[in-house]
Design a protein around this ligand. Sequence first.
Ligand code: HEC
Ligand code: HEC
Length: 319
Amino acid sequence: MISVNADEPPTYVWHLPRGFPTPLVPADNPMSVAKVALGKRLFFDSRLSLTSTYSCASCHDPARAFTDARALAVGATGQVLNRNAMALVNVAYNVSYGWSNVKVKTLEAQMHQPLFNVHPLEMGLAGREASVVKILSADTDYIDAFRASFPDEPSISIANMIRAIACYERTLISGNSPFDRYVFNGEHDAINDSAKRGMKLFYSSRLGCANCHAGFNFTGTAVYDGHTVAAAAFARNGVGSQSMRVPTLRNIALTAPYMHDGRYKNLDAVITHYETATTTTKADKKLRKFKLTSDERQALLAFLESLTDDEFIRTNRVQ
Ligand code: HEC
Ligand code: HEC
């Protein structure tokens, strides 16, 4: 498990749910226990923002599977973004980051957006890099944590701050929902009969949900150790005319409101949308036209709710 060669950093041990592949990690940012702990602290540190009141967690609240309950996210100075804050669930496996950006391929690269964006401003770090480094360097806990995380680089830097937060994000792995216990652990009673009927509907050709929300992360495609893909799965699901990345549905019951613009308040409204999504402009061919009975609708909702991983929420709760 832990390597004994003193010249090599100890191997990081992933604690992965059954059926989950090992995440692919950039060569210049290997995982370590020290970096994950440091990244977690930084993720919740509001001193990184212009106003000292905003952290990553202000828009990515662990209790809501790292979303913010808003239709559109709001930055540190009150500016409204044009997008709904995404859940941070199994992001280690994403092929690209963001609702519609195909070019952002790593968590390290993604972070430039919230940290440095100006129009609209999210955390407002641009132009304040030196003063944030100064703040962190005045904190002895951070000095120790950066040293333990980056033993070859004595001074604190924004680049290493980003590396540490990315390491923490890669540990946000959710795969112990009732659905997982039913499917991967063979626990027959982990989900009730209604959820089982809903699962059949979800995977049926009549509804076609899994035409897009496929695979262990419901994202269509995923990247992991030994397996890379050129592009994430994008589709037009009838919400706007632009293709969007197919989002995960894990912990979906916790992340309302829904879609890239937060237009739907609850999952019931999402289902209603899909019943007629084929009639929308430029609708994707993978969409199906269907009408659910009220029992079927309850069943599909029960299935979506069975994707909530209480352990994930509990272990990531802010202490
Ligand atoms: C002002 C609110 C806000 C803050 C603060 C914020 N985010 Fe986000 N985050 C968003 C929004 C909105 C999106 C979707 C962006 C898009 O698609 O353009 C997002 C998307 C992401 C994604 C992409 C997830 C995916 O599945 O593609 C990651 C990763 C992420 N944020 C991490 C962070 C980190 C790390 C921080 C702190 C350094 C942070 N965010 C701060 C609002 C915020
Ligand atoms: C053609 C591909 C496709 C099909 C088929 C499809 N989806 Fe989606 N789904 C998407 C895309 C793309 C989005 C994000 C769209 C956006 O935000 O504009 C999405 C978003 C969602 C969301 C909201 C996610 C969030 O984080 O806000 C839910 C819930 C959802 N889909 C459930 C379903 C269900 C249930 C079905 C079957 C009835 C289904 N989807 C069928 C592609 C698809």
